[in-house]
Design a protein around this ligand. Structure first.
Ligand code: ADP
Ligand code: MG
Length: 836
């Protein structure tokens, strides 16, 4: 094989010609983002309030509100940038990578680092990184629909040596030696030399863009938007009525408008969508730390509700680090470590080597090659030429290689026992003996391959390998250890009400042995053949109680997903190959394997597991649950905070008291304190029994009646404390500004209380699995900020706080805090409805 470019050459060319990527949309302009924020209702209300103050001649008041506008714009833009950066780096990590030959070695590089002249190793499922000329094609077929709109794959042939390739290649049409960037290898493999990258490639010239990270709206976003709209409508209605009443009774239009604007600000739940965005984006980041990358954000919500994890056996539950454990020709199997191989067994191994790729990528074939090199010695097949490959098909789980030796043409095949038995037309005792051995080896958890040989007289080779006169060779048994931590993770899933289902192309016996080892429930195994005989209704029943599906072809996974969905499950499905893509798309949570997965699978999936490990998937489920639980707490808190603020804005208008809250106070609480505090919930550790509860129902709403009632009651308690503080202040001093200071202190105390009690809905004082530093920082920060307002005369005046002693302020704050004690009491009683 040619050695490709050297790393220096590649680096130089990358500098010269630029990266292999399409020009991107330019990042949104700064002013455009600012304009988006300014259009938000909260800012419009603030500006309206400032305008009214100006008309009233209160310049200071108007100016007080402007910093708030700046703060909101700054926070929002910073948040947007942060979210975009988090998603951007995920996009980078999930983008296609390329396998190139440099300095004579195969290396995986980012697609954007591919340069002209690079040698590409292309395999089934790869997205071709750049336009290239095929030097070698092993039945390579490409899907060029992206460029041509034609969905049937086209066949590719290697360029004839010496003959100049066409100068201006065009996609489409069979038998061209060119492959094109952005298209997909759907079959076969090959080696190609890059001719054009980035904007110079065919796709670059037409400016098409590949499917990017999808930030589509999630079910939660839809729900939250609905809630916000309902809130806003209610706020509008209440404000309109109040302003009309106010003007009618007191006859003061501007004051009435100001009170109305303040009320609207107090009721507007503008932080809800922000909380959601931040939780999901930070959630994606958290999950990425357990080696799961998010490609589609809705998957993060669905993770916490997952009820079934369908996982591949090989590579996900096991390590996919194969080792030949035993060989069999006749008699007793020969252990691979049992000293020198007898001649008959050597032949079995030799057939297995010859039936593998020359430079294998498949761990199974690598294991065979490894033993071959040590036990048979190298250079045995020097001068042999590989003239034809018969690839594995769904109909025949075996592959064969045809070799031309100096003397003759020899064919070697390996594959599933049934396939090889059929190829050799083996019957009677011979078939029974092989099957018995294979069953025995499979029961020990080994993957069993059978091998066969055929001599071919000179002349044309048949299209179908079944036409060759195969003779049975023997068995090769491979060991693939179970991954560390998998039995524990399976047990964790069982406790969490999440069913684990093993899906494998391997034989039922091997599948059963591995299933036992990882702790899956024993039961009847469903095979792919049986699956084909079941109609949709029967399959829906069958999937309910089946933990192992064996000898399943990837194409059958789609039906499995559909049956599980029809049975009401929330399904996560793993996959790695081209044929897994439809099932990955159909599952609620498609999970691609980052290590061995093809680009096609990665692009179809919502999540990519970089280390292919089952335990990472379970960790992601755990995090998904935690994210949802924390999101709920944050929303409960934010909802509750609105009650006392809106109440203090509304009650005076209704009852004819002096006004308690002005826009500054509302802005302080709703715009600065509340959003900052909501974020504290994001860092809350998982509750200890999070994975000992059943998954949440997929139909459960975030804002269900119980949730809303609890939040409103909490808010009402704080409101009661604030009203009490206000009346007490008013009563004792006769000055409404003293009452206002105390009411505000009660609000601040109540805010801290709401954070503390909502950290957990079943543990007293929010003591969960671990400390939450963020919660303490924001509650402390908010309290300090409030203290600053009381302590700094200028601010105190701007907030229109009258004289109040620290003692009284502390008392009022304490009242706000203690008003929530009932909720802690409720936790002690521990009603089960509180937790869900
Ligand atoms: P899994 O689901 O465990 O990854 P596969 O679908 O890869 O299983 O393989 C299914 C069966 O096809 C294997 O048990 C084996 O019999 C056969 N097979 C797979 N790969 C090869 C190969 N490279 N050569 C011969 N047979 C193979
Ligand atoms: Mg496999």
């Amino acid at each position: 094989m040619p050695g490709g470019l050297s790393e220096e050459e590649a680096a130089a060319r990358l500098r010269e010609e630029g990266p292999n990527e399409l020009p991107r949309d330019r990042p949104r302009r700064f002013l455009a983002s600012v304009w988006d924020v300014v259009k938000e209702p909260m800012i419009l209300l603030l500006l309206a309030a400032a305008a009214i103050y100006l008309v009233l001649g209160d310049l200071t008041e108007a100016l007080m509100l402007l910093p708030a506008v700046l703060v909101i714009v700054a926070i929002e833009i910073a948040q947007e940038r942060k979210t975009e950066r988090a998603l951007g780096s995920l996009r980078e990590l999930t983008s296609p990578r390329a396998l190139v030959v440099r300095d004579g070695e195969r290396r995986r590089v980012a697609g954007r680092e591919v340069v002209r002249g690079d040698l590409l190793v292309l395999s089934e499922g790869d997205r071709v990184p750049a336009d290239a000329l095929l030097l070698d094609s092993r039945h390579l077929e490409a899907d060029e629909s992206l460029l041509t709109g034609e969905s049937a794959p086209v066949r590719k042939l290697a360029a004839a040596a010496g003959a100049p390739a066409r100068v201006d290649p065009r996609p489409g049409g069979d038998d061209s030696p060119f492959v094109f960037g952005g298209t997909v290898v759907v079959r076969g493999h090959g080696l190609a030399e890059v001719r054009a990258t980035g904007p110079r490639s065919a796709i670059g010239r037409i400016g098409a863009s590949l499917a990017e990270l999808d930030a589509g709206r999630t079910p939660l976003q839809v729900e939250v938007t609905r809630v916000v709209k309902a809130f806003a409508a209610a706020a509008l209605l209440v404000c309109g009525t109040v302003v009309a009443l106010h003007v009618a009774v007191r006859g003061d239009l501007l004051q009435g408008l100001l009170a109305g604007v303040a009320l609207a600000m107090s009721m507007l739940p503008e932080e809800f969508p922000v909380i959601l965005t931040v939780f999901i984006a930070l959630g994606a980041w958290r999950i990425s730390r357990s080696r799961v990358l998010t490609r589609r954000l809705p998957a993060i919500e669905a993770l916490g509700a997952a009820t079934v994890l369908c996982v591949d056996k090989t590579g996900t539950l096991t390590e996919n680090r194969m080792r030949v454990a035993a060989l069999w020709e006749s008699g007793a199997p020969h252990g691979a470590g049992d000293g020198p191989l007898p001649e008959t067994v050597r032949e079995v191994l030799e057939l297995a080597v010859l039936a593998s790729q020359r430079d294998p990528f498949d761990p199974m074939e690598q294991a065979i090659h490894a033993l071959g090199a040590s036990a048979l010695g190298g250079a045995r097949h020097a001068g042999w030429e590989l003239v034809r490959e018969y690839p594995l098909t769904r109909e025949l789980l075996a592959m064969a290689n045809v070799w031309r030796t100096p003397e003759r043409v020899q064919v070697a095949a390996k594959g599933a026992l049934e396939a090889i038995v059929a190829l050799c037309r083996l019957e009677g005792d011979a078939a029974a003996a092989a099957t018995a051995r294979a069953t025995e080896l499979g029961a020990a958890g080994l993957r069993v391959l059978a091998v066969a040989r055929a001599e071919h007289a000179a002349g044309g080779l048949p299209e179908d390998p079944r036409a060759l006169p195969f003779v049975f060779g023997g068995l090769v048994a491979l060991e693939d250890p179970v991954r560390r931590g998998v039995p524990e993770a399976v047990a964790e899933c069982a406790g969490a009400g999440v069913r684990v289902v093993m899906v494998t192309g391997d034989a039922p016996g091997t599948a059963r042995a591995i299933a036992r080892r990882v702790g899956l429930p024993d039961g009847r195994i469903c095979t792919g053949a049986e699956l084909d005989t079941l109609d949709d209704d029967a399959l829906r029943e069958r999937v309910r109680g089946t933990a192992v599906f064996a000898r399943v072809a990837p194409e059958q996974k789609l039906r499995l997903v559909q049956a599980l969905r029809a049975a009401g499950e929330v399904v996560a499905m793993t996959g790695d190959g081209v044929n897994d893509a439809p099932a990955l798309k159909a599952a609620h949570i498609g999970v691609a394997m980052g290590g061995r997965g093809t680009d096609v699978a990665r692009e179809a999936a919502a999540l990519v597991v970089t280390d292919d490990d089952f335990t990472s998937i379970v960790a992601a489920v755990r995090l998904g649950r935690r994210i949802y639980a924390n999101l709920r707490r944050a929303m409960a808190y934010a909802l509750a905070v609105h009650v006392p603020v809106a109440g203090l804005a509304l009650l005076p208008l209704l009852l004819g008291w002096p006004l308690v809250l002005f826009p500054v106070h509302i802005v302080f609480i709703e715009v600065i304190v509340d959003p900052a505090c909501s974020i504290a919930f994001e860092a809350e550790p998982a509750e200890r029994d999070l994975m000992r509860r059943p998954p949440r129902s997929p139909s459960a709403r975030l804002f269900d009646a119980r949730f809303v009632t609890v939040a409103l009651l909490q808010g009402a308690s704080v409101l009661a404390a604030a009203v009490l503080a206000f009346r007490a202040g008013l009563h004792h001093t006769g000055a409404d500004d003293a009452g206002r200071a105390l009411a505000f202190a009660a609000l601040v105390g109540g805010n801290v209380g709401l954070i503390l009690v909502n950290r957990s809905w079943d543990r007293v004082l929010g003591v969960r699995a671990g400390p939450n530093l963020a919660a303490w920082i924001v509650t402390g920060g908010a309290t300090l900020l409030a203290a600053l307002v009381f302590a700094w005369p200028w601010l105190r005046q701007a907030f229109r706080f009258g004289p109040a002693s620290w003692h009284d302020l502390a008392l009022a704050a304490g009242a706000g805090l203690v008003s929530l004690a009932w909720f802690e009491g409720l936790k002690l009683l521990g009603p089960r409805w509180l937790r869900r």
